[in-house]
Design a protein around this ligand. Structure first.
Ligand code: EPU
Length: 453
């Protein structure tokens, strides 16, 4: 993904504690072999927060979002929205002010001063392309840079454009920009996605809220983050039914109003820490986690022999020295096994007692972690979209780096069980999507710290 280092903050750093500030050149140092015991609080979901912030463009009133995670991607989107004239006020800004309950954002798009989203900003975060939908729906026009390729594949936007056209937008593509026009407003229509797409569904949903008449979205993505955005839009006065199923119906309304919404817990962060505990051994409560958001991943973990128990407070994950059984897994849209947990599962399977197969069916090039896991001593063979992982008795620490968020965190998981020291470089990828990662793991006994130059 074309992510700029500056977004993670370019302040010089000098401390080596877990509490040190975030710098783009920071590294994470891990000494493997410690079990994890305790409680890890799960933050609000990054992939719900981003479209929820973008949905603020649909109304002149203030949208209040609670349980917002403190992430570089959120800060970057705040800057991108600022370019359109959106004001964002953050409560709970100081460390400890809001405890583990995330931050509260007051977002006001009272006056849209600019309907252009320039290349310099959109190229830093793909999801910012989604502003095209609320801008054309509310303002009748939007000019948004195409996001371009990223580390995990080509990731086109053809289906987002198709959805906007079905709702009556005229689309031109000029000099790398998508120009969407609907001077007399969008109108409801039928959007049938040929493949499941989260970005396409968010786009169609947001655009349809202000379109005249009824929109039907067929083969819609069923990811929980879609349901969370639909819930929030309904609180803002939208009339959406069927979110969470593959057929969503939207009755357009003439305007939306302000609302208050709490972001749902991050299922990918939940699954990541569940795999970290499975890797390191120990007994951890993932507080605030909701099992129904990641049942497929929890089922896979249970098949490896890890004890996964839903409780009133969250999900308890426990592994006490027993061997890990190998698994066969193919990523799939929700409710299948998420592509965003594929790298983490692969890290775990490097220590299974036997051979696993993991097939990536969503993105064509999401295996950047493989070479780095091999540097730690893993035995992995790639054949097209399938990785064959032969479990090994030990991993050995090494300097590693990865070029995307989930790949980076898979290296952290591997390092927890590797002998000696692992240095994970390019920490800004982790800061994009994991709030206080090193603090959360250190609090459960991991030997992990942020190192700044
Ligand atoms: N696709 C098209 N044409 C389109 C749109 C998508 O061919 O117009 C393809 C993509 O190339 C991909 C597949 O459809 O092969 C699925 O893409 P989708 O639109 O579902 O993904 P996305 O919305 O771009 C979101 C998450 C990703 C997550 C995927 C799949 C956000 C901000 N991003 O991406 O999260 O992997 O859904 O669940 O919600 C991450 O958090 O690390 C991350 C990459």
């Amino acid at each position: 993904m074309g992510y700029a280092e500056g977004a993670a903050g370019a302040r010089p750093q000098s401390k080596t504690t877990a509490k040190a500030g975030r710098g783009s050149m920071d590294r994470i140092r891990i000494v493997g072999g410690r079990r994890l015991n305790g409680v890890i609080p799960i933050s609000g979901a990054k992939n719900a927060t981003l479209p929820l912030m973008i949905a603020s463009l649909l109304t002149e009133d203030t949208l209040i979002l609670d349980n917002v995670p403190h992430l570089a991607d959120v800060a970057l989107l705040q800057r991108i929205l600022g370019n359109h004239g959106v004001d964002v006020m953050i409560a709970g800004k100081r460390a400890g002010e809001n405890g583990d309950h995330g931050r509260t954002l007051h977002i006001s798009a009272k006056t849209i001063v600019d309907t252009t989203a320039p290349y310099e900003l959109v190229s830093k975060m793909r999801a910012s392309f989604w502003v095209v939908a609320p801008l054309v729906a509310r303002m009748g026009e939007a000019k948004v840079s195409m996001p371009g390729g990223c580390a995990i594949g080509t990731r086109p936007v053809d289906l987002l454009i198709m959805a906007l056209e079905k709702l009556g937008a005229d689309i031109d593509i000029e000099a790398g920009y998508v120009i969407a026009r609907a001077p007399h407003g969008l109108r409801g229509g039928e959007v049938v996605f040929p493949k499941v797409t989260v970005s396409g569904t968010h786009t169609a949903l947001m655009a349809a809220t202000l379109a005249r008449g009824t929109t039907v979205i067929e083969n819609a993505a069923r990811e929980p983050e879609i349901g969370d955005v639909a819930d929030c839009l309904n609180k803002m006065g939208a009339r959406i039914s069927g979110a969470g199923t593959s057929r969503i119906v939207v009755e357009g309304v003439s305007s939306l109003h302000g609302a208050r919404h709490s972001v749902l817990p991050d299922r990918i962060e939940t699954g990541t820490y569940a795999m970290a505990v499975a890797m390191a051994g120990g007994d951890v409560l993932l507080a605030n986690a909701r099992p129904e958001l990641l049942q497929a991943a929890l089922d896979v973990l249970a098949r490896t022999g890890v004890a996964v128990t839903p409780t009133n407070e969250g999900i308890r994950v426990c592994r006490n020295g027993a061997a890990l059984a190998p698994v066969e897994v193919t990523t799939a849209p929700f409710p299948g096994f998420p592509t965003d947990l594929q790298a983490q599962l692969m890290a775990l399977m490097t220590r299974a007692s036997g051979t696993s197969h993991i097939t990536e069916s969503i993105f064509e090039n999401r295996f950047m972690h493989v070479q780095e896991l091999v540097r730690l001593g893993a035995h992995i063979r790639l054949d097209g979209d399938t990785a064959t992982i032969e479990g090994v008795a030990r991993l050995k620490g090494a300097p590693v780096m990865a070029t995307d968020l989930r790949a980076s965190v898979s290296l952290v998981i591997a390092a927890l069980a590797a002998e000696g020291e692992t240095i994970v470089n390019r920490v800004y990828h982790l800061d994009r999507g994991f709030e206080r990662l090193e603090e959360k793991l250190a609090a459960c006994g991991a030997a992990i710290e942020r190192v700044s130059d």
